[in-house]
Write a protein that binds this ligand. Structure first.
Ligand SMILES: C[S@@+](CC[C@H](N)C(=O)[O-])C[C@H]1O[C@@H](n2cnc3c(N)ncnc32)[C@H](O)[C@@H]1O
Length: 276
């Protein structure tokens, strides 16, 4: 995302979904260098936003809230990274809200994460209550399994999250939201789809490409890298299979450790109760 920001000469940046603040820090470092500003939005940031704000007093604003409530109050942007709630309703309306605040201005470059499996064609709800019922698909905490993306009875990726039970169909998933937005958008876009790391889709307004040769050069370079995209997609599929395996092992280790703690506590009690 940093080279994309550089190529676009992005000064005003939005990040939706900061989570642990890793990407926020990269973007803040970049913003500080170009006298730019990062707006970082998360409903539940998992890091000390005050500490990061203190480190970058002029380069960042951290907003705890829902993207759809925050975007309408933002200034026009050069770059928007959308990686918050991965469901059709949220992503489609984030894109529409971005369009609304750019009324007469050129749209930002927009990068959307999780546009491939598991949430490209399947909703996830961080907080289901925030999505109107008519847009909510049935969901379950069961993990998701490759290859045909069925909900797993046990194991599977992202167990415990509110994973849509059904994959595909109308108004379901991040990629479907992007396609629906694009089919109504009055703007011309260059679309780059990176089929890796859960999928990244980058939308670049044609107007920005025309205004900035460095951005066109970067977009062309990126496009060239995607010529082997079937191989990249195969690499992603293998990575996902290993991620599913790793999450299962992680869960096994977590419950084995909990059981060891339980047995150790029981042993201590038994030893204390035993006669000398
Ligand atoms: C997948 S994580 C983001 C990861 C982060 N971008 C990174 O690269 O490390 C999604 C984050 O979005 C936040 N989130 C969920 N729904 C949101 C919403 N409606 N508005 C803003 N943030 C939201 C969650 O709290 C979570 O921290």
């Amino acid at each position: 995302m940093r080279p994309l920001a550089v190529a676009a000469d992005a000064r005003t940046i939005l990040e939706v979904g900061s989570e642990s603040g890793l990407s926020s820090r990269v973007l803040l470092n970049y913003a500080a260098k170009v006298a730019g500003h990062l707006y970082s939005v998360d409903t539940h940031p998992g890091f000390d936003t005050d500490a990061l704000q203190a480190e970058f007093p002029d380069s960042g604003t951290f907003i705890r809230g829902m993207s759809l409530d925050v975007i309408p109050s933002l200034p026009t942007l050069d770059l928007a990274l959308l990686d918050g709630d991965h469901n059709w309703f949220t992503v489609y309306h984030e894109l529409r809200e971005l369009e609304r605040i750019h009324d007469n201005a050129v749209m930002p470059v927009i990068a959307l994460h999780d546009s491939d499996w598991p949430y490209g064609r399947r909703d996830l709800y961080y907080d289901p209550e925030t999505v109107p019922t008519e847009y909510r698909h049935p969901y379950s905490p069961a993990g998701l399994l490759l290859p045909d993306a069925k909900v797993a009875r046990e194991g599977g990726i992202n167990q415990g999250m509110n994973n849509g039970v059904v994959e595909g169909g109308a108004r379901n998933g991040v990629m479907t939201a992007i396609e629906d937005y694009l089919s109504d958008s009055p703007h011309q876009w260059k679309i780059l789809h990176l089929p890796m790391y859960f999928g990244v889709t980058i939308l670049i307004p044609e107007a920005r490409l025309q205004a900035r040769p460095q951005l066109r050069e970067y977009a062309d370079w990126l496009e060239k890298q995607l010529h082997g995209s079937e191989l990249i997609a195969l690499g992603e599929r293998l990575r996902l299979a290993e991620t599913i395996q790793a999450q299962a092992l992680h869960e096994e280790l977590r419950s084995a450790r909990a059981r060891i703690r339980e047995l150790e506590a029981q042993l201590t009690v038994n030893m204390q109760a035993a006669p000398e």
